[in-house]
Design a protein around this ligand. Sequence first.
Ligand code: AMP
Ligand code: GLY
Length: 424
Amino acid sequence: MKVLVVGNGGREHVIARKLCHSPQIQKILCTPGNGGTTTLSKCQNIAIPVEDFPALKQLIVNQNISLVVVGPEVPLALGITDYLQQPNLKIFGPKKSGAILEASKSWAKKFMAEANIPTAKSVTFTNAEIAKEYITETPIVIKADGLAAGKGVTVATTTEMAYDAIDAIFQGKFDQNNQSVVIEEFLIGREASVLALTDGLTIRPLLPAQDHKSVGEGDTGPNTGGMGAYAPTPIITPQLIARIQQEVLEPTLTNLQKRGIDYRGVVYVGLMISPTGEPKVLEFNCRFGDPETQPILSLLETPLEELLLACCEQRLADLPPISWKPGVAVCVVLASGGYPGAYEKSKIIYGIEKAETTGAVVFHAGTKLEQKQLITDGGRVLGVTAVGSDFAEARAKAYAAVDCIQFEGMYYRRDIGSRVFNNE
Ligand code: AMP
Ligand code: GLY
């Protein structure tokens, strides 16, 4: 079997690496891939952008690909799964009709209201002035309706901040076409991510995870795509998972079915767990999370291709329970100095081999191999991931590996996973 992995992040590196272990898979193509996927035994990078659907379709035909795994949300929201459909090709990732769960926050809010899924109260506006009139108290949450690479949400602590966020959205800061805003009640509690696999008939959660979205230690500063993650998070107990299955995952699947949406892929639920333990949905994503996927898949024992194929072929209910390695995994993201603002690229990366002698695995995100030299090529550069019997061990291993790596301007948070110890 030949597989195509679409994307170039840490998420795609961990997916490709897992698939390399499968005896059924001879070859994995990554479009465009990164400096990590290019060095995997069965992998080859091909420089096709994720949005160039005609070129991807041609590649699938020429290379006789039988499974496509779509990593990022942008091609899913643009309808890659619809475009690539052909007999005998399996595509892991929802069609455009399902990807809207992530691509439009106002759509997701309506969807949740219909299905009685617990979430923050919200109102959607298509006019900036009317939206501003609605702001009477803070903190309040202002969300760009469309995709914004994790940067379209402002938790406004003052009215002025809320107004600025509304203006930015209507001035097209995130997307010129994005002319609506969701204004949402501010929720307090602890955030967690539950990623679930679905074949459109059955939905099953993976290990619950938590990520650190803010750039600064102590969860301060602007939001990023994620500066680190760990799994399984102790704040999502087995009882809470059962409740999330019943109150969120099952109603999501039922409502997708009611709307005639054939969804095969990941439903990623971002949750706020209130101080009294009530789960409320903050957002849906239509794909694996990044960096959550690095620790989650590091613990997966069931072969990944079995799960992906079962989703594509609607056989998820027939599989035995998903099997996991014991212990926990922690991923620390190494970023380019300045990220999530402006940063420089093309810095030489040293020490990855040494880092991996510690037992950690270094997943690549913004890297590329140029004339046999590994250089930085993005904001989030590497995700150093370690498994341990407990959080103290996994963190110590991950940070020991981080200490081996250098590149000019390298920035990372020293407190990934510390919430577990501080009981935050
Ligand atoms: P989202 O992309 O909707 O998950 O929002 C990004 C981040 O903003 C979340 O991870 C939370 O930290 C924060 N956030 C979003 N919605 C709320 C809310 N209703 N109350 C408090 N914080 C929120
Ligand atoms: N880590 C957050 C996300 O993947 O959206």
